[in-house]
Structures are given as structure tokens and as C-alpha cells.
Ligand binder design. Structure first.
Ligand SMILES: *Cc1c(COP(=O)(O)O)cnc(C)c1O
Length: 222
């Protein structure tokens, strides 16, 4: 099957209110171009160097989302153009994004990554860490970022009940954070959850943004 057909198959069950981020990491610019020609405009990458290499080869109206773990010293490379950063998990990263966005005289949209899976991970806030950050108000004077919502990844398992439960927990937490800290900020509205194997479960549980890679571009060779 072609990338175009894969894309159409992925899009078919996605409601128009849900945004598809096509995750093109480890695939060449030609694959992105094929998806672009089939109508896709939003692409996700998880490594700065790879994104920097691919982007000049591709149409300028692509909306690039950074979905991977982002090191502070690399923010400056993507700050001029990145449309959304999905996996912010420290205050210091948020401050760095704000600083670089200010230099570029732009606002960068961010999501806070919440750790919901059973696997150990050094990345992502726990729910309490996230509450504490938002309570501290350290972020409120960061005027060149917009915290647009939350992002999470479910446990890597075939057990769809576990996955649904984790997504549902994140959705409830999203509502809590929205009413507690962002009731006057209409841009806080995105819940980024769901990948190739679980995006339909994620949508049932309230996802507004799905990040789908291998179902569109095929398997990645690392
Ligand atoms: C790679 C990646 C995806 C896409 O994974 P697929 O299983 O290929 O759809 C989504 N989100 C993040 C954070 C990723 O790193």
C-alpha cells in the first residue's frame, strides 16, 4: 500500500475535530512529500538534527510538531519555526522555550507531558509534579509560550482495557487542570494521545490530537 492509501485509511475513522500529526521520524523527506501531496500538512519529528536536515527539502507551509524528548540546548535550532512542542516535562525547558521564542518574537505552543504508562520512564511529569508546577505560578510570566494542553503515552501492551484506562485517567486530569488553571485561556484545549496501535482507543477517551507514524509510513529502520 502507498503512503497515500495508508494516510486515507488512518484518516477515515478520525472525526474532523481531531488533528492528525503524521509522525515522519526515521523516514526520508520523500515520504513526507508523498503524504504532503496526499493533503497532509502537520508532521511530527522527534530528533532535532533529523528535522533540521529534512525541513529545507520540503514545502514551507508544513506545520512541524516536535514530539520527542527535547534537550534545552537544542531549543534554539527549532524555535524559529516549530509550531508545537508536545513533550515539555520540566520548568527549565519551558523557560528555555520562552527565552528562544522571545528572541524570535513569536509564541510557541507547548504541551506538558504527563507520565501515565506503567513502564518506568525518566520523562514526563507525574500528576502531582504537574499540579505543583502550575500552582507555583512560575510559568505565568512566560509570555512567549502558550501551554495548550497535555500529552501522554499509554503502556506498550496488547491489553486494550489498560490502555483505555490510562487514556481515561489522562482525560480526567486534563479536565481538572483546565478548570483549575486555564479557565480563562481558551487555547488550553489539546489532549495529545494515541499512536498507530491505540489512536482509536485514544479518540474514544477524548484525544484531540493523535500522533501516527508507522501506520502511515511503514516500519522504521533505526
Ligand atoms: C514515534 C512516536 C509516535 C508514533 O509512533 P507509531 O507507533 O509509529 O505511530 C508517536 N508519539 C511519539 C512521542 C513518538 O515518539
Amino acid at each position: 500500500m502507498s503512503i497515500k492509501e495508508n494516510l486515507q485509511n488512518v484518516l477515515r475513522p478520525i472525526p474532523s475535530t481531531v488533528t492528525l500529526v503524521a509522525v515522519s521520524k526515521f523516514h526520508p523527506a520523500s515520504a513526507v512529500q508523498a503524504a504532503y501531496e496526499a493533503g497532509q500538512r502537520i508532521f511530527g519529528e522527534s530528533r532535532v538534527q533529523e528535522l533540521e536536515e529534512k525541513r529545507p527539502l520540503l514545502p514551507a507551509d508544513i506545520s512541524w510538531h516536535f514530539i520527542g524528548h527535547l534537550q534545552r540546548n537544542k531549543v534554539k535550532y527549532i524555535a524559529p519555526y516549530i509550531d508545537m512542542i508536545h513533550a515539555v516535562d520540566t520548568l527549565s525547558l519551558l523557560q528555555e522555550i520562552n527565552k528562544e521564542a522571545q528572541k524570535q518574537e513569536r509564541t510557541i505552543r507547548c504541551l506538558l507531558e504527563i507520565h501515565i504508562a506503567q513502564e518506568e520512564s525518566k520523562y514526563g511529569f507525574s500528576m502531582d509534579e504537574c499540579r505543583n508546577l502550575l500552582k507555583s505560578e512560575d510559568w505565568e510570566h512566560l509570555t512567549c509560550i502558550e501551554i495548550c494542553g497535555l500529552m501522554g503515552m499509554a503502556t506498550f501492551t496488547d491489553d486494550t482495557e489498560t490502555i483505555a484506562k490510562e487514556f481515561s485517567t489522562l482525560q480526567a486530569f486534563f479536565q481538572e487542570i483546565k478548570v483549575t488553571y486555564f479557565s480563562d485561556k481558551p487555547y488550553f484545549k489539546e489532549l495529545s494521545m494515541g499512536m498507530s496501535d491505540d489512536y482509536l482507543i485514544a479518540i474514544e477517551q477524548g484525544s484531540t490530537m493523535v500522533r501516527v507514524g508507522s501506520k502511515i509510513f511503514g516500519h522504521r529502520s533505526y
